[in-house]
Design a protein around this ligand. Structure first.
Ligand code: ADP
Ligand code: ZN
Length: 367
């Protein structure tokens, strides 16, 4: 078991390890179990993991109930949130009670949003069960629902009381969901440099055909905890994304988000889009921030061994370029890029000329 503290206000612990569900009652802070508990999960995760979590929580809390929703991003709506407010209302939930989000990023975002807003905030515990949610979404306090075509368009920052990342739950994930999280792990390795590149390379093995590899080696306590540690310190330095440190986490995401949006969120998963966005960031870094060709090639190999897509298909290149300028983080039409001066040496706030943007998207389509 590895514990990483997130020094936000208030701070909290992320506990990464095996059998965390079974040990929930002993690991969670007392405030998480002193009131009543409502576990929110989805229909894929609940049959697998609700029984052991419920049994463990009942060791510390006599009133544990649950709500199980259908699975999928379509659930992340205000309508679903309102339904959940209804459940909390019926169950007479107070600010001393706890919402436990058991599932991937969708459940974490939705249940987190409900916990943040119901009664202006009830207690929240995140129990992420996807690699993506464990290394990224569950840490940092971003909670949201989708609105119209805007992903995560309505939301807030709301720090949980604790995050329990149970590595054992990653075994039942479909391979494509593991690949989805793998792109994010590669992002951390590129940001952190040697200390993380070496273990991630070892865990992944050599390059594999795009989309074929199951990066199961990344479902590892040390690797997940290292990602969480990096995210925790970045988030603590910039809790509400105002100061800029948090932008580092956007490596590969400016173009990645544009690819997702240009494909109407159907053609490419978040992980595939981030994989392509990271390839684009390596290409741009060679031209804008002096990344050496050997470093770029090493990054590319890592992406290939994580099963990232080889090239951008089925998505209109012009639309991708347009979507970059509509990025949530854009101000005055200017999108600051995060690029690399070397592996482990990110640079933020880089200006990328529009022509270069067109060129890199064309390269993604042709390579
Ligand atoms: P993400 O974390 O990628 O945003 P989602 O919440 O959309 O993920 O979850 C992806 C899919 O995987 C959903 O269908 C979800 O029900 C399912 N899922 C989540 N965790 C597990 C798990 N540990 N085992 C099996 N399926 C899971
Ligand atoms: Zn991401």
């Amino acid at each position: 078991m590895i514990v990483r503290r997130v020094e936000t206000d208030p701070g909290y612990e992320v506990v990464v390890g095996r059998d965390m569900l079974g040990r929930a009652a002993e690991v969670l802070p007392p405030a998480a179990t002193s009131g009543r508990i409502v576990v929110i999960s989805d229909e894929n995760v609940a049959p697998l993991y609700l029984p052991p979590l419920r049994a463990a929580l009942r060791g510390a809390c006599s009133d544990v109930t649950e709500v199980v929703l259908p699975a999928g991003e379509e659930q992340k709506t205000l309508a679903r949130a309102e339904e959940l407010y209804g459940v909390l209302y019926e169950r007479r939930t107070t600010r001393h009670d706890t919402v436990v989000a058991l599932g991937g990023g969708v459940i974490g975002d939705l249940a987190g949003f409900v916990a943040a807003t119901y009664l202006r905030g009830v207690r929240l515990v995140q129990v992420p069960t996807t690699l993506l949610a464990q290394v990224d979404a569950s840490v940092g306090g971003k909670v949201a629902v989708d609105f119209r075509s805007g992903k995560n368009h309505v939301g807030t920052f709301y720090q949980p009381l604790a995050v329990l990342a149970d590595i054992d739950t990653l075994r039942t994930l479909p391979a494509e969901e593991r690949r989805n999280g793998a792109a994010e792990v590669v992002k951390y390795a590129l940001l952190m440099g040697e200390e993380m590149l070496t273990p991630v390379e070892a865990a992944l093995g050599g390059p594999e055909p795009a989309g074929a590899h199951d990066p199961v080696g990344l479902c590892d306590e040390q690797i997940v905890a290292a990602c969480v540690g990096y995210k925790a310190s970045t988030v603590a330095a910039d809790e509400r994304e105002e100061r800029g440190e948090r932008q580092l986490l956007n490596l590969g995401h400016t173009i990645g988000h544009a690819i997702e949006a240009a494909g109407g969120f159907r053609h490419h998963s978040h992980g595939e889009a981030v994989g392509l966005g990271l390839a684009a960031a390596l290409w741009l870094s060679q031209r804008c921030t002096g990344l050496g060709p050997d470093d770029a090639a090493r990054g590319e190999r890592l992406l290939a061994s994580a099963g990232a897509p080889g090239r951008l298909d089925d998505v209109d290149a012009d639309l991708v370029v347009e979507m970059v300028s509509r990025d949530k983080k854009a101000s005055g039409g200017e999108v600051p890029f995060v690029l690399l001066a070397a592996l482990g040496r990110p640079v933020r706030g880089v200006h990328v000329a529009p022509e270069l943007l067109v060129e890199v998207v064309a390269w993604l389509r042709e390579r």
